[in-house]
Ligand binder design. Structure first.
Ligand code: FMN
Length: 201
């Protein structure tokens, strides 16, 4: 089967992308508007894209009514955000924050999320997250259909001590980190079934 993008709807293209490019890591993004109101929402069109400087990318689709989501609005307004990675204990609260809610609803309070102040940016980080990345806006690319891709430069990495297997050399205990990933629809994945292939020299 073959689909030419010029002959399919945006909804079909979204389905093809989101059901085949998986598992996807989840950025549980905390951001703030210029009034200092905080927001949290999950985004799985997300990944690390470079290390000098360290950068992450997040892809935002518009809401069904064509309006922009609060997270990209906040980032474009204040140029700061925090990517909080998600493990299984955080999944239910993450899901609460995925509801389409008016901009003035505080999802952090609604989902009973505890926060910690960030060091270099105003949006707080989530206490329960095993890894939080404080980011400042690096660049953005608006898409013709109303979406937006935003690249953030990571200023600070916060890691729960339990995920540090050793400091010198730095090794992360991925079983302790245990991130969940987005599959398709409401399905999620765990990293409990791993295998190893050693790369040739
Ligand atoms: C696991 C998960 C991943 C999501 N990934 C994305 C995404 O990559 N891009 C997007 O636009 N919406 C994504 N959503 C939907 C947003 O989280 C949802 O629209 C949310 O209400 C946006 O909140 P905000 O307006 O406060 O930013 C995802 C939802 C879930 C549950």
């Amino acid at each position: 089967m073959h689909f030419a993008s010029e002959n399919i709807s945006a909804a079909t293209a979204y389905k093809l992308l989101s059901s085949t490019i998986l598992p996807r890591p989840i950025a549980f993004v905390t951001s703030m508007n210029s009034n200092g109101e905080a927001n949290a929402a999950p985004y799985s069109f997300f990944n690390a894209m470079g290390s000098e400087p360290p950068v992450v990318v997040v892809g935002f689709q518009p809401n069904a009514d064509g309006s922009q989501k609060d997270t990209p609005n906040n980032i474009m307004e204040t140029r700061e955000f925090v990517v909080n990675l998600v493990d299984e204990p955080l999944a239910a609260q993450m899901n609460i924050c995925a509801a389409t809610l008016p901009a003035d609803v505080d999802e952090i309070a609604l989902a009973k999320l505890e926060t910690r102040p960030s060091i270099g940016v105003k949006p707080p980080r989530l206490k329960a997250s095993p890894v939080s990345l404080e980011c400042k806006y690096f660049s953005d690319t608006p898409l013709p259909g109303g979406g937006r891709i935003i690249i953030g430069e990571v200023l600070h990495f916060h890691l729960d001590d339990k995920v540090i297997a050793s400091l010198d050399p730095l090794r992360i205990d991925i079983d302790a980190l245990a991130p969940i990933s987005r599959l398709t629809g409401s399905k999620y994945g765990r990293i409990t079934d791993q295998f190893e292939i050693v790369r040739p020299k």
